[in-house]
Design a protein. Structure first.
Length: 463
């Protein structure tokens, strides 16, 4: 693959990443408008976003496994096409039920290309350029997250709800064209292994029930019967899946690769970093509008500091990762994120507008320094034939971390107030700092285990 084709492949991948985060932001800000259009309650309309996240997280490992078996290009490009067609059909929905079904179809398409996009970067880019490419992934995520709410609000007010599903179609068409035109066909080894359908169904049940339980824990109560039943179901699914997988010659989950200390610690850092960031992002709007008494619009502008700094720091982290290695940058990012949230917890009562923006920017810079180097570190320790499976698992872990962080942040706010008045905001910020500290220890411990394994291997070869 020449340099020009590499760039076109990267652009095709980045457009999909941008669109998936852009549409999520558009939907979040447009939910009140959709409630009025379809005359449904909050409990129903939240499935536009919660259901979308549930389906993506549940299907990511499945699509990753399919990518390894039938080809990354096929799954990625079919996902693009499915997402594009469903977006157009969503705009033509005659009622809420049809809208919800098509939103599920759209989520399946998104899961198909989300599960394979990082794997394609790992396969088609040399290791000394992978960090730079993954750094641009962070930029695409940040730009989508930053522009989605702003454009979604304007579209809902000026153009009407149908355009919420059409506004990104030109970008999706461009991405689909580039994907079919430039992504090369990958050689797929034929296999006679049976498809692990039972394992996949159990895993989807596990992830779906876990995310649903965490998403609704604050609404129903964490000790309520519905939440307890759903979370108990996820634990039972985990136990059954573990017993089933042990009996399989070729397990669905790439457990052997996950035993690699750097892969395992990298996945733990993925969960922790997104959990810490989303705990802070869930608490901060309430802090700005409640404690600081800011207008909602001003609070929104302050919150832009997170994706803006993330967009700037991601490519820089990618380039530095290629040059100096990903470990130091990952640790620096976790430290910076932890410091920003710790400052929030200690000084939120005395913070000025400038200091608040700096602390939010520190969290964004920390995530930018952590995300792409950590992902690069994971993928460098993954064999090519399992790249999509691991990519799908990392995407699933990222989504679970985001849901966990938001649930914990909002849960701590709910418990802090009296009569609906929030009086203490430090709990959520302190939790983020603790999560960052724990993830630093896990990452260092994983590096220590990796060095021990390498030393043992050298001793065996020399014996």
């Amino acid at each position: 693959m020449d340099l020009r084709q590499q760039r076109m492949v990267l652009i095709a991948v980045l457009l999909g990443i941008f669109v998936s985060h852009f549409t999520a932001g558009v939907m979040n800000v447009a939910l009140p408008e959709l409630m009025n259009v379809f005359q449904v309650g909050l409990g129903s309309i939240q499935w536009i976003t919660v259901g979308y996240l549930l389906v993506i997280a549940s299907f990511l490992p499945l699509m990753g496994k399919l990518g390894d078996r039938v080809g990354l290009r096929l799954i990625h490009n079919m996902g693009y096409l499915l997402f594009l067609i469903s977006s157009i059909l969503l705009a033509l929905s005659p009622g809420f039920a049809v809208l919800l079904v098509l939103r599920v179809v759209q989520a399946i398409g998104a899961a198909m290309y989300q599960a394979t996009n990082v794997a394609m970067i790992a396969v088609h880019f040399p290791k000394n350029k992978m960090g730079r490419a993954l750094g641009l992934v962070s930029t695409a995520v940040a730009l989508g997250a930053m522009s989605g709410p702003v454009i979604g609000g304007m579209v809902a007010e000026w153009l009407g709800w149908r355009w919420l599903f059409l506004i990104h179609v030109p970008v999706s068409i461009a991405g689909t064209f580039l994907a079919f035109r430039y992504i090369p066909k990958d050689a797929v080894a034929k296999t006679k292994e049976p498809f692990p359908l039972v394992s996949i169904m159990m895993f989807m049940l596990l992830i779906g029930s876990l995310i649903y339980g965490m998403s609704n824990g604050n609404q129903y109560g964490w000790l309520s019967a519905p939440t307890t039943l759903v979370l108990a179901g996820s634990v039972a699914s985990l136990l059954v899946l573990t017993l089933w997988e042990r009996r399989q010659q070729k397990p669905f989950l790439p457990l052997q690769t996950c035993k690699n200390p750097m892969v395992a610690s990298g996945m733990a850092v993925t969960f922790a970093s997104y959990a810490a960031a989303n705990t802070t992002l869930a608490v901060t709007p309430f802090y700005l509008t409640g404690f600081q008494k800011m207008p909602t619009a001003l609070a929104g502008y302050i919150m832009i500091a997170y994706p803006l700094v993330l967009a700037l720091s991601g490519p820089m982290a990618g380039r530095l990762s290629d040059r100096y290695g990903p470990k130091r940058l990952t640790l620096a990012g976790l430290g910076l994120m932890g410091l920003g949230t710790l400052l929030f917890a200690l000084f939120y009562e005395q913070s000025s507008l400038v200091l608040i923006a700096i602390m939010i920017g520190m969290v964004g810079a920390g995530m930018g320094l952590t995300a792409s180097p950590n992902l690069s570190l994971i993928m460098k320790h993954v064999p090519a034939h399992e790249s999509a499976s691991i990519s799908g698992m990392v995407g699933m872990i990222r989504n679970v971390g985001m849901v966990f962080g938001a649930a914990m942040g909002l849960g701590m706010l709910k418990g802090a107030g009296d009569g609906g008045q929030i009086t203490d905001y430090s709990g959520g910020f302190a939790l983020s700092a603790v999560i960052c500290l724990i993830s630093v220890w896990i990452f260092l411990y994983g590096g220590r285990l990796a060095r021990k394994e390498k030393q043992l291997l050298v001793e065996r070869e020399s014996a």
